[in-house]
Design a protein around this ligand. Structure first.
Ligand SMILES: C[S@@+](CC[C@H](N)C(=O)[O-])C[C@H]1O[C@@H](n2cnc3c(N)ncnc32)[C@H](O)[C@@H]1O
Length: 282
């Protein structure tokens, strides 16, 4: 399928995977998976989190890793083969709402939720596909800090290209809006953690290039065209201090959300059994 993510796959792997891996490790640790469990990993991209899940469920577990970009699925399948996990992982091109093969002990979505257009229907499909005691593990970027470079790029885009639609991650990643979104699928948040890891780039230019060539900004840059995308970059440099060659280092927050069916008992990292609160108790 022709998606900007197919063309972005190589640079996503070289630029973003090493920077996102610590967040994936946090998510899978928080999810407290057990050997033998069955896990659906949606929007898997090149599959860093799939490797962590495969290790956690062991040789008796089963993982289905899906993404709608075939280029991403190819990279994921190659890394599964290289790691020797073909006994327990299958990879397929599929929409995030496709829960074939369920019920699942866990459904995982790392850095994919804001990309999904039919988000409510997709979350409802995940909720229906959970086995008793099953957990949904989501990793999203935000809520942004004031000096967050990702957010600064978004702000510049809102300022220079006000008609270009951008998700308002500050609002979307807030606990109340997440809980409201999950409640419509009859799920409740059982744990929410904000984690930060250091990301460094040799220059502001290198950051913008990594955004444009290997990430969500690929589509934006394509749609704006070279001249307007360049104006956005110049304004971003100005906002960040003016010198495009200056190094960039920041600790962007990401939110890990573990949700499950209200009233059920689930295992979490460090807690053998936690009762999932009713939406009204959250
Ligand atoms: C930022 S990447 C995240 C990849 C991986 N989970 C990670 O954390 O490195 C977002 C991925 O979501 C995929 N995606 C976006 N919308 C999708 C949808 N509706 N169904 C399946 N995959 C989707 C894209 O193809 C892309 O690979």
């Amino acid at each position: 399928m022709g998606t900007p993510w197919n063309r972005a796959a190589d640079r996503y792997v070289s630029e973003w995977v090493p920077r996102f891996r610590p967040y994936h490790v946090d998510l899978i640790e928080q999810l407290a998976l057990d050997p033998g469990q069955r896990v659906l990993v949606t929007t898997c991209g090149p599959g860093t989190e799939v490797l962590s899940v495969a290790r956690a469920v062991g040789t008796t577990g089963h993982v289905r890793a899906t993404d709608m970009a075939s280029g991403m699925v190819d990279v994921c399948a190659a890394s599964i083969t290289e790691a020797g996990f073909t006994d327990r992982v299958t990879c397929a091109v599929a929409d995030a709402a496709d829960t074939s093969g369920g019920p699942w002990d866990a459904v995982v979505c790392a850095f994919g939720l804001w990309q999904i257009e039919n988000r409510d229907e997709t979350i409802a499909a995940w909720a229906k596909a959970l086995a008793p005691g099953g957990k949904l593990g989501i990793l999203i970027s935000g809520p942004p800090d004031a000096d967050d470079a990702f957010e600064s790029m978004n702000e510049v885009l809102r300022e220079l290209e006000p008609h270009y639609p951008r998700p308002k991650t500050r609002i979307l990643a807030a606990r109340d809006s997440l809980q409201a979104m999950l409640a419509s699928a009859e799920l409740s948040i059982v744990r929410l953690t904000v984690v930060r890891h250091t990301m460094s780039f040799r220059s502001l230019e290198a950051f913008v290039d990594a955004m444009k060539e290997g990430c969500t900004w690929r589509r934006i840059a394509d749609q704006l065209g070279e001249e307007r995308a360049h104006r956005v970059a110049l304004r971003f440099f100005e906002k960040m201090g003016g010198d495009p060659t200056q190094p960039l280092s920041f600790r962007p927050p990401s939110t890990i959300v573990i949700a499950a069916r209200p009233g059920e008992e689930v295992r979490l990292e460090g807690r053998p059994s936690v009762r999932v609160p009713r939406a009204t108790e959250v």
